[in-house]
Design a protein around this ligand. Structure first.
Ligand SMILES: Nc1ncnc2c1ncn2[C@@H]1O[C@H](COP(=O)(O)OP(=O)(O)O)[C@@H](O)[C@H]1O
Ligand SMILES: [Mg+2]
Length: 144
């Protein structure tokens, strides 16, 4: 199953993130693939807003992972969101930081930027969103 979306502003990409927030189940791993500036963090900000997570929503590029505890949890039972970014780390360092535990949290959802960097340790069954830069304002997002 594959779905492709076009967005024409950062706000439209955030809205797509909000939409996914209504549909995702606890325990999911969402891989956000695509180049720098393609919209992965923008999408995640919409997702976090849709989940009711407390601000600030920071890019995890430098902190590697930021955890958001949801109070209250979502109606579907999601209690935590792990927003992670593998851009600057090796797969083994990512494991040391607890990647497998985040993915195994039955009340958690993991959003992972740069899954390409740690392909060898990705668990099966992840949802993958691929972001493509089309023009200054247009992005194409494919969901698999
Ligand atoms: N349609 C769009 N969707 C997402 N971002 C867009 C769009 N049009 C312009 N932008 C801009 O592109 C940049 C995307 O950055 P970011 O979300 O940090 O990308 P990434 O996390 O993939 O590196 C932001 O500055 C955003 O305002
Ligand atoms: Mg980013």
């Amino acid at each position: 199953m594959e779905n492709t979306y076009q967005t024409y502003s950062a706000e439209e990409t955030r809205n797509l993130g909000k939409k996914l927030a209504q549909e995702i189940a606890p325990g999911a791993l969402v891989c956000l693939a695509g180049d720098l500036g393609a919209g992965k963090t923008t999408f995640t900000q919409g997702f976090l807003e849709g989940m009711g997570a407390a601000r600030p929503y920071v890019s995890p590029t430098f902190v590697i992972m930021k955890q958001y505890d949801l109070t209250p949890p979502t109606a579907s039972g999601i209690e935590r969101i792990y927003h992670a970014d593998a851009y600057r780390v090796e797969a083994k360092d990512f494991e040391t930081l607890g990647f497998a535990e985040w993915c195994a949290d039955p009340q958690g959802v993991v959003l992972l930027e740069w899954p390409e960097r740690i392909g060898e340790i990705l668990p099966p069954g992840a949802l993958t969103l691929s972001f493509r830069f089309i023009s200054d304002t247009e992005r194409e997002i494919t969901v698999r």
